[in-house]
Design a protein around this ligand. Structure first.
Ligand SMILES: Cc1cc2nc3c(=O)[nH]c(=O)nc-3n(C[C@H](O)[C@H](O)[C@H](O)COP(=O)(O)OP(=O)(O)OC[C@H]3O[C@@H](n4cnc5c(N)ncnc54)[C@H](O)[C@@H]3O)c2cc1C
Length: 477
């Protein structure tokens, strides 16, 4: 039987993994994961491309995958370096007939695929790239990628009426005899350049990487807690672990398969209850698909300053001071600061928070949108290249939002989604005694009020970096 190298990428699971199943059909599989040291490089805005939260989650995920592979009589070869070179070298060394991997959508990832393909050609080794990452398979879309609708609801209606979600693949239980290849031990956080850290006790969840923890979270959210049946009502929450599924971190590394989630939701609907909430989680997974397909359609434009709209007219400013205030949660706008501090301390932020802070950076401060996207890339525990850059395009107005003038009135958003200021006070304890009806305009408190509420604006909490009164007047929606 021939040797096959399986290169694990963002598909770090044994369940519903079509590419891995294909590898087992081709021969004895040698599973490899390469920690790509380029992904820890420093960016032009001064942050590592992969920050500490994501790094920790990744190392835990690799450890879990290795353990799960050992349980089925295999193992995971671990290396650090440039995957395209290392995979080609291993394939040549073990005289492999094939290298199999999951196909990615975006520029850097596909360039690596092309490079690997070139290197393998020199030794007559075949490469197979298999799509594993979305709910709908791109081949099942009722249009060619070039004609992908730019408006989400048009896309969704078309796929819902004319495409089927494919059935999942069985969990892999046998990979055959792996070849003997040198493997490194899983590095510690310190070995890849991070200090170890404690998870903030206010964090929504201590995200633990790996397929095992991902499947446990899925089981909890649907079957143990029944939270799915109220998802639509709770999904815009801000505090605690249960207001939304928190599947995103596991989806981002492929520890959870979206099709497996879909099948579980369908089973829940037939065994427990089907309502708007059960549908809405599928609806959100279709948003995720949409951004993956947008990435396929627009390629490198997703990352350009002019965005997928090719907007060469819009001006962005490079206000470094404003950007630093935004990053550090020191803008003097409590709803923004609470979200940015939660993010900085935990690597997670709710969807509502992400929309508001992105809108504030780009529409109120007018600062380079891609600085925000790069900061998110570094910090997000659930960073997904397509979802992150696609959402940033969308919120900044250079993407595929059909509403040109979408704008978040921060005071209105804070009042609607944090009416008692519970969330803001959790992350801004210096404002704990400010009444909820005054907190969004805390910068306008009189000296007497500041004394009464035990806060000195400009000393304990920053002066607002923008004119907050304008939100009173200019509530656009
Ligand atoms: C500026 C900005 C950047 C973002 N960056 C990312 C990112 O890097 N990675 C990421 O997974 N999500 C990103 N999102 C989308 C969304 O905020 C997160 O998916 C969500 O908050 C994760 O929490 P959850 O799993 O509890 O979500 P739930 O509300 O439980 O949703 C279930 C799943 O649906 C998908 N989903 C929900 N909303 C979106 C959306 N707007 N776009 C794409 N998928 C969605 C996610 O996979 C999510 O896990 C971003 C949103 C914004 C506005």
């Amino acid at each position: 039987m021939s040797n096959v190298v399986y290169w694990f990428r963002n598909d770090l699971r044994l369940h519903d993994n079509e590419a891995l199943v294909r590898a087992t059909n081709l021969g004895n599989v040698t599973p490899v994961y390469v920690i790509d040291n380029r992904s820890f490089a420093q960016t032009s805005i001064g942050h590592k491309r992969t920050g500490k939260f994501r790094a920790k989650f990744l190392l835990e995920t690799i450890a879990d995958l290795k353990q799960n592979l050992q349980k089925i009589g295999s193992d995971l070869v671990i290396r650090i370096g440039h995957p395209e070179e290392i995979i080609a070298e291993i394939a040549h060394q073990i005289n492999a007939s094939h290298v199999v991997l999951s196909k990615e959508a975006t520029q850097e990832e596909t360039s690596v695929e092309a490079e690997l393909s070139q290197l393998l050609k020199q030794h007559n080794i075949d490469i197979e790239l298999i799509w594993t990452n979305t709910l709908y398979h791109p081949r099942d879309l009722p249009f060619q990628m070039h004609f992908l609708p730019d408006v989400f609801s048009t896309f969704r209606k078309k796929v819902e009426s004319r495409s089927e979600v494919r059935a999942t693949f069985p969990t892999v239980e046998n990979l055959g005899k792996m070849a003997s290849v040198e493997s490194k031990t899983i590095p510690t956080l310190a070995e890849i350049g991070f200090e170890s850290f404690e998870v903030d006790e206010r964090a929504v969840l201590d995200f633990k990487g790996g397929e095992t923890a991902g499947l446990q979270r899925l089981h909890y959210y649907l079957w143990e807690s029944d939270l799915l049946k109220t998802y639509k009502e709770t999904r815009n929450g801000l505090v605690g672990v249960d207001y939304s599924s928190k599947f995103s971190a596991w989806l981002s590394l492929g520890c959870l398969s979206p099709r497996h989630i879909y099948e579980e939701i369908k089973r829940y609907e037939s065994e427990r209850t089907a309502n708007q909430s059960t549908y809405w989680l599928i609806f959100e997974l279709i948003w995720r698909d949409f951004y993956h397909f947008i990435a396929l359609k627009y390629g490198v434009r997703l990352f350009k300053r002019s965005g997928i709209k090719h907007d060469m007219v819009k001006e962005w400013n490079q206000d470094q001071r404003g950007f630093n205030k935004w990053v550090n949660g020191e803008t003097g706008v409590p709803f923004i600061d609470a979200n940015m501090r939660e993010f900085k301390e935990t690597g997670f932020m709710s969807n509502r928070g992400r929309q508001n802070v992105a809108s504030f950076l780009t529409k109120d401060l007018g600062i380079e949108w891609w600085w925000g996207a790069m900061y998110f890339e570094s910090l997000l525990v659930d960073y997904d290249v397509c979802s992150n850059w696609g959402n940033w395009n969308y919120v900044s107005g250079i993407g595929n939002d059909p509403r040109e003038d979408r704008y978040f009135n921060i005071t209105k958003q804070a009042t609607n989604y944090d009416p008692e200021a519970e969330y803001m006070k959790l992350w801004l304890p210096e404002l704990k005694d400010v009444p909820a009806d005054k907190i969004n305009e805390v910068g306008l408190l009189s000296q007497a009020e500041q004394k009464q509420y035990g806060v000195q604006i400009g000393v304990d909490y920053p002066n607002p970096y923008v004119d907050v009164k304008k939100w009173r007047k200019s509530a656009k929606w």
